[in-house]
Ligand binder design. Structure first.
Ligand SMILES: *Cc1c(COP(=O)(O)O)cnc(C)c1O
Ligand SMILES: *[C@@H]1O[C@H](CO)[C@@H](O)[C@H](O)[C@H]1NC(C)=O
Ligand SMILES: *[C@@H]1O[C@H](CO)[C@@H](O)[C@H](O)[C@H]1NC(C)=O
Length: 425
């Protein structure tokens, strides 16, 4: 029997016998998935196959090719989307602050006409995930501006462009972090429209593309490097591995709506993260970080035995890519479209059912897999693994339409929420 959780993690517990014996193996993927080394017990070949799959899903250029800057680079993170988000911030900071490769950094220093030119400012959605403040604290990203969100929880593009213009006019490079499926509202930022609005501003202040100038100690040898003066990251922890299947369903006429475009079809997108224990249902924390070869700087040379580019974690869980590979191998696009539509239906059922309850302030965005409402008492929360989110003294909770959530489970929750003391806190 499955526990009665309606939280953000999938409980399917369907391990095949092939994979259950792998749990007892010690499989570690250390360092860059695209470099092999003497440690032979790894699953990097499966990791690369998974990354190719997501590169195709997110319309990145694949396969990975070290000599093609437009092709993708990425890795599977053992610490979920949080690690992917923090890696993206790290990468963005080093790229925008003009950092050079380890070999060149000892020789060249940048020449700054404006001291802001190498000092990135982060503009993030007001409904950002808590991995961003953590990342900023670790990385020392000092200037972080929260952009207000609209009633759905999506970032307000007029406010975003206003803030971007303010900082761009002072010469700051800009990191913009979007949500594609915010945790508490399931809000999808309109990344396509926002990029369109940001582009002329970046061009106006010479940040769309800029030449960074360096010279050696004696000041006699100069070099310049062309880089973008912005970084667009999409936190797709909740939505990036789910919404592409809704888009496919939409193009086949199976559903009336789809989300805004968020992926590498937009040339301004620099990196995307995802969390694979959510929609996909991998039973261990697993995230994906995907970017492009041209943005990668090997700023600190990793030891020889790792090779390639450093990852944020050191020794990585080699089982996670195998579990994800297994899930992909067993589920075609058709299967995933079916699953996406089924859980969408579950979310609609959940919404319809809970709207029958008075005064619990049910909120759900279009195509969202989560429903937010007034938090019930602790017994009910414990029974269904629900959080109690304190917003200025009022408590809210969320339920999530994950694969294992059945109508029976929702009906049972509804019964419990109908009890007279259900909301007594
Ligand atoms: C879940 C989530 C994260 C973090 O993912 P983990 O895999 O738990 O690290 C980041 N951003 C959003 C929007 C999320 O929903
Ligand atoms: C290990 O990685 C380093 C750095 O990429 C490389 O020089 C070396 O040849 C690799 N060793 C093997 C056995 O692949
Ligand atoms: C909480 O209250 C403060 C002070 O009244 C207010 O500024 C803030 O917007 C409120 N936060 C929310 C999420 O309502």
């Amino acid at each position: 029997m499955l526990p009665s959780s309606i939280s953000l993690k999938v409980l399917t517990l369907k391990l095949t016998s092939l994979l259950s014996h792998c749990i007892l193996l010690q499989v570690f993927n250390t360092g860059d998935p695209f470099t092999e080394n003497n440690s032979v017990i790894n699953s990097k070949f499966m990791e690369r196959a998974v990354l190719d799959y997501y590169a195709e899903l997110w319309n990145a250029k694949w396969p990975h090719d070290e000599n093609d800057g437009e092709s993708y680079w990425g890795y599977i993170t053992p610490m979920g989307a949080s690690e992917a988000n923090i890696y993206a911030l790290w990468n963005a900071r080093d790229y925008l602050s003009g950092k050079l490769s380890a070999a060149e950094a000892g020789i060249f220093k940048h020449v700054a006409e404006n001291s802001n030119a190498y000092n990135p400012v982060l503009l993030s959605s007001g409904s950002k995930h808590y991995s961003f403040p953590k990342g900023c604290a670790i990385l020392g990203l000092g200037t972080v501006i929260e952009i207000p969100v609209d009633a759905t929880g999506a970032v307000r593009i007029e406010d975003l462009t206003k803030a971007a213009e303010f900082y761009a006019s002072q010469g700051h490079p800009i990191i913009i972090c979007f949500n594609y499926g915010s945790t508490v509202n399931g809000a999808y930022d309109d990344v396509a429209r926002a990029c369109e609005a940001l582009k002329p501003i970046l061009e106006k202040y010479n940040l769309f593309e800029r030449d960074l100038v360096y010279e050696n100690e004696a000041g006699e040898i100069k070099k310049s490097i062309r880089r973008a003066g912005y970084w667009v990251h999409v936190d797709g922890a909740f939505g990036s591995s789910y919404m592409p299947f809704i888009e496919m369903a939409h193009s086949r006429g199976m559903i009336g709506a789809k989300g805004p475009t968020f992926d590498f079809r937009l040339p301004m997108v620099s990196s995307i993260s995802s969390s694979e224990q959510k929609f996909t249902g991998v039973p261990v924390p697993t995230g994906i970080l995907m970017s492009k070869v041209k943005f990668q700087i090997i700023a600190d040379s990793p030891p020889e035995y790792i090779g390639g580019r450093p990852t944020l974690s050191g020794t990585r869980n080699g089982l996670a890519p195998m579990l994800l590979w297994n899930s992909i191998a067993r589920n075609s696009y058709d299967d995933k479209i079916k699953k996406a539509l089924a859980i969408q239906e579950t979310a609609e059922y959940m919404e319809k059912k809970l709207r029958n309850l008075q005064d619990i302030d049910v909120k759900r965005n279009p195509l969202s897999l989560t429903l937010r409402f007034k938090c019930p008492n602790n017994d009910i929360c414990k029974k269904y693994s629900l959080w109690a989110d304190n917003v200025n003294g009022s408590f809210y909770t969320n339920v999530f339409a994950m694969e294992h959530v059945s109508k029976e489970l929702i009906d049972a929750l509804f019964e419990d929420l109908s009890a007279p003391d259900a909301f007594k806190r």
